[in-house]
Design a protein around this ligand. Structure first.
Ligand SMILES: [Zn+2]
Length: 484
């Protein structure tokens, strides 16, 4: 996160000058400003046709297609007239004799007016972009070299392509061959450099690894070599380090997150997959840690472990180790990921399950030591295995200790790993095998005040006892001294 930020709403103009201006720069130019999700609607309804008989409208649609067909950016065309000078959040194009209240520059063919909105991460987003085309210019439509001479007609389509490049988020490029050159020339379509600019702008987030968010505690660090905000947003000067954790929620759930560090100034954010921040905490005034609890609708989210690009708090730094703790509460269990196999035999079946407070209907991963806890799992046995002789196993893992659920439903520590894993149940497999791992257990009555347990369950066939199909994501149960 940038150490200082200001909220603003700006309307900026990018124009195409008729005469050559010499500016030196590297390949494609982008500021990092872009459309959330890489898509927008565009209203087009141009009347009239060029001297060569092609309708301006059709040529503009072709210019949209030149970007839409060749990049990840998606335009949705709506063939309706909208005044481009209205600040209405709708993008449109029109021939005009002024730039929405100001005069066209002497050599200006067209202007793109962009409106931006500030974001917490990266450069401001574009939320409106309108194109006005100078109606005093003599246009035609043709490919190839520009017609020579001072009385020449200008090719309309390449002007439209250039302005649409500004709509998408491209700036002027003077070094490479580009339709985004600061002045019009013989280039009549987007070049490799132009297309690479769009790709860089809209695929930046995928350049950074997205780990799965795991419940419980995970340690990590922010340090050199990690992704930065500037990297994942393709722009700006926020070079603060950032780690990405993804969670997919099939049902609404409340996530409780804590980023703890004694020295790293922790900034914790929750965003959607377009990096639109839903909630954040940067409690730099109270130590170096951050925490937030947020109710989330079904959907996919990123939990972002971030820091500042410059030191803000004298007691905290912008690089170092942290631990990320994640817990959930929901009326529904979280999915346990794909079933995996202990051998080369491909996994089959489906496993679900969760821990819950036996007094209420909530599934959760964190409990107070005085709460009554129930942990249940269900195995939907694969069709081909139903009725066959097999077994069901369940394990509870805490630290280095592994406990196996025995045939009377009690977890017993496994001390001799050379012996076969104890089976909870054996015999003909049912279509649905329910496993009660804990039922109405109150930790304090067992003298337990703190515990972190991963539950795994699975099944196998007597004909291949070395193969067990089990849940890849454990059922998490963390017990804390007091009720959270
Ligand atoms: Zn321009």
């Amino acid at each position: 996160m940038a150490a200082t930020g200001s909220s603003f709403l700006a309307r900026i103009a990018a124009s195409l000058a008729l005469y050559f201006v010499s500016v030196q720069s590297a390949a494609f130019e982008i500021s990092g400003s872009k459309w959330k999700g890489g898509t927008t609607d565009f209203y087009v309804s141009l009347s009239g046709e060029s001297p060569s008989g092609i309708a301006w409208h059709d040529s503009f649609l072709a210019a949209i297609a030149d970007w839409d067909d060749n990049t990840v950016f998606d335009f949705t065309v709506i063939e309706q007239p909208i005044d481009p000078c209205l600040e209405d959040g709708l993008n449109s194009v029109e021939f005009t004799n002024e730039v929405c209240g100001s005069e066209y520059g002497a050599n200006t063919l067209a202007v793109t007016l962009r409106r931006l909105s500030t974001t917490l991460l990266g450069e401001p987003n574009i939320f409106e972009a309108d194109i006005v085309i100078n109606s005093d210019v003599r246009y035609d439509i043709y490919d190839g070299a520009l017609y020579p001479g001072s009385n020449r007609r200008i090719d309309f389509r390449r002007v439209a392509i250039h302005e649409l490049g500004h709509v998408i988020g491209l700036e002027h490029e003077s070094q490479e061959l580009a339709i985004m050159a600061p002045s019009i020339g013989d280039i009549d379509r987007p070049t490799q450099d132009d297309l690479a600019g769009v790709e860089t702008l809209y695929t930046a987030l995928s350049s950074c690894t997205q780990n799965a968010l795991v419940l419980g505690e995970k340690t990590n660090s922010l340090s050199e070599g990690d992704c930065t905000v500037a990297q994942i947003t393709a722009g700006g000067t926020d070079f603060s380090y950032i780690d990405l954790y993804r969670i997919d929620l099939e049902k609404a759930a409340t996530l409780s997150l804590t980023m703890t560090s004694s020295s790293l100034d922790s900034v914790l954010l929750v965003s959607d997959l377009n990096l639109t921040v839903i909630d954040f905490d940067d409690k730099s005034a109270e130590g170096c840690s951050s925490t937030l609890t947020r109710q989330l609708n079904p959907g996919s989210y990123l939990v972002l472990a971030n820091t500042f690009d410059k030191q803000v708090d004298p007691a905290c730094v912008t690089e170092g180790d942290y631990s990320l703790t994640a817990h959930y509460q929901s009326g529904y269990p979280l999915p346990l990921g794909p079933v995996i196999s202990t051998s080369d035999t491909p996994a089959r079946g489906t496993i679900t399950g969760a821990a819950s407070n036996s007094n209420g209907g909530f599934y959760q991963s964190r409990f107070g030591a005085d709460e009554s806890i129930k942990v249940i799992g269900q195995i939907a046995v694969a069709e081909q295995d139903i009725g066959k002789k097999g077994f069901v196993v369940a394990a509870a893992i805490t630290g280095d200790q592994i406990f196996a659920l025995n045939s009377v439903g009690v977890f017993v520590e496994r001390v001799d790993n050379s012996r076969p894993f104890p089976q909870h149940r054996k015999g003909a497999l049912s279509a649905n095998e329910e496993v009660i791992m804990l039922d109405s257990v109150v930790p304090t009555t067992l003298g337990i005040t703190e515990l972190d347990v991963d539950f795994l369950l699975g099944y196998g066939l007597d004909s291949d006892p070395g193969t067990v199909f089990y849940n890849s994501t454990p059922i998490k149960m963390v017990i804390e001294p007091a009720s959270p």
